[in-house]
Design a protein around this ligand. Sequence first.
Ligand code: ADP
Length: 395
Amino acid sequence: MTEHVLVINAGSSSLKYSLVDSASGEAAATGLVEQIGEDSSHHVHHGPKGEWNDDQPIANHEAALEAAVRAFETQGPALADVDIVAVGHRVVHGGDRFAAPALIDDELIAAVTELVPLAPLHNPANLEGIKVARRLLPDLPHVAVFDTAFHQTLPPHAYTYAVPYEWQEKYGVRRYGFHGTSHAFVSAEAARLLGRSPDEINVIVLHLGNGCSAAAIRGGQSVDTSMGLTPLEGLVMGTRSGDVDPAIHGLLARVAGRSAEETDYTLNSESGLKGLTGVNDFREISRRRAAGDERAQLAFDIYCRRIKKYIGAYYAVLGTVDAIVFTAGVGQHSAEVRAAAVGGLDAFGIHLDADRNARSETFASTDDSPVAVLVIPTNEEWQIAREALTVVRQS
Ligand code: ADP
């Protein structure tokens, strides 16, 4: 029987789970409970019997995980019939305490709790998921896999902001970076596809989902990344602005009486593509742009220009680049974004093949392009499963 890991991603009102074969990456079952704590809860489970849906209200995360365990019993595969070796938990913020995945114990829970001020929306939900899973599945080892850990290799001059140095010492104000499991997964895949060892190649990864981030990866180690203290910095995203002048906060306080919290909320939840066009779904932006909508065109241009600027910056940071990797919803599916982002960069040795790119082929560059342009689906659940397994084997 192959070893499986139950991967849990607990959000503030959702619980996502996946039972992953750690060798092949295949999911024996996946599920999502949404709108926890509301009357309109929804649970969908994909197992061997196909898709199963349930709309009963689910009061809290404990009830959500209990519902997931019941779905495994009724819809399969029964957890008792699967060789589960660990539960892998996605944890968003590991601060500078965690540069690697770690076995969950009371000390780790205390450390992740101390990091709540840095990730007030995410870490409490992740902790709730950990607590209920440890209660309901007490006989399995539980492992925390951090979004920030992969970027702990950033050098000090990449992660330190030019602000009073004591802010970093007192309040942890520095760049951490996020989407680490995705950057780790696709950069390793890029090496495999190029037939090289990860430590021999330099890669720029563009993770373009609802959240978007870029990373410069030298020899398998992250040396720069676009998200910073929080996931707000960097590329333009579905609802987040990415890079802006921090003076926006002060200006809006003076001219509009807006508090820092209000502006923070707007920059995170009502900006980016949504702020510019009213919608955050990239497919809708594409449709409107094709129909001649000028605002959608402007949003597209801003989005792609920001990506191009980061490619240029990270090319300069790395010196030489073997591959540029596009991943996540937009990165994998939008040929027009890839073309706009790397178009005109032939002088950098980046030669896109228009037909291959239009078909979203894995190798979207020409055969003789010195820099490969790759389209690689990310698989964060598999990465979490593999990392959890490594921790369990070491312990
Ligand atoms: P998340 O970050 O939530 O995991 P995804 O990686 O699924 O999100 O990416 C979601 C984004 O990908 C959305 O903006 C969606 O519109 C976009 N997307 C999905 N399919 C396509 C497509 N065929 N063309 C362009 N954009 C797409």
